[in-house]
Design a protein around this ligand. Structure first.
Ligand SMILES: *Cc1c(COP(=O)(O)O)cnc(C)c1O
Length: 243
């Protein structure tokens, strides 16, 4: 098991470097987030020992269950799943960033609780770039107005945009949603909003890592290619569903 994870990790880093080389980008511009839903703390620790520093979880329950094993390892934890308002309090105990900010009510409640705690939080705005009904995220047309609104919440540091692109065996079908995220960022840049001069793009998963990097990704979120398939009776890659 240990060897598999180490070999897979190396392979993923190679894929990132190759994709950067092909698109003339510096690999330092692209960070790797380990998407660790359903992955045991033991397996996550193997990757951390190998030098990984960033993990993303989709569920509060898993953050809590793995916390005692991970909390002292200096690893940065992000929340990347759909977040219900009643789970905010617990999630905030474990993470420094929420990548799935997708509605005003969530921003409001986050701000309220963060103010109470006297702290700030990094956030990514999640965009539904594939317009699939099964996916969370703001419709692309609403992102600029949304960003302008949540900029008023001083407890939220807007770090960038996140998307789960359309996944398909066909490259041609996957590319548009990834490209759209960058277009939305350009739109925000063009609006010249103070404090939003640099925004990261969190996009690219096991299946579309190379394409995402070619389209400008700054953070790829990889699970399957490192830890293997997640089976819970069936493969559930998109358990980006409500808890
Ligand atoms: C599961 C998940 C990933 C990683 O997907 P893989 O296909 O396993 O690499 C990335 N982002 C989010 C939001 C996820 O839920």
């Amino acid at each position: 098991m240990k060897n598999d994870i180490l070999i897979n990790l190396k392979e993923v880093h190679n894929r990132i470097e190759n994709a950067c080389r092909l698109s003339g980008r510096n690999p330092d511009e692209v960070s790797l987030l380990l998407a660790t839903k359903t992955v045991s703390a033991e397996k996550i620790c193997i990757a951390i020992e190998a030098g990984e520093t960033l993990i993303g979880e989709n569920k509060m329950q898993e953050l809590r269950d793995k916390d005692s094993d991970l909390k002292d390892l200096g690893v940065e934890r992000h929340f990347i799943g759909h977040l219900q308002t009643n789970k905010i309090k617990d999630v905030l105990k474990y993470v420094t960033c929420i990548q799935s900010l997708d509605r005003l009510s969530l921003a409001e409640e986050l701000d309220r609780q963060l103010q109470n705690q006297g702290r700030t939080l990094d956030v990514f705005v999640q965009v539904n770039t594939s317009y699939e009904e099964s996916k969370f995220g703001l419709p692309p047309e609403e992102v600029l107005a949304f960003i302008k609104k949540i900029k008023e919440y001083k407890t939220l540091n807007i770090k960038g945009l996140m998307t789960i692109g359309l996944l398909d065996v066909d490259k041609e079908k996957m590319q548009p949603s990834l490209r759209l995220l960058k277009t939305i960022r350009d739109e925000i840049y063009n609006a010249k909003i103070e404090g939003l001069e640099t925004l990261k793009l969190s996009m690219g998963m096991s299946q579309d890592l190379e394409l995402a990097i070619a389209e400008g990704s700054n953070m790829v979120r990889i699970g399957t290619s490192i830890f293997g398939n997640r089976f819970l009776g069936k493969e559930i890659w998109n358990e980006n569903i409500a808890e």
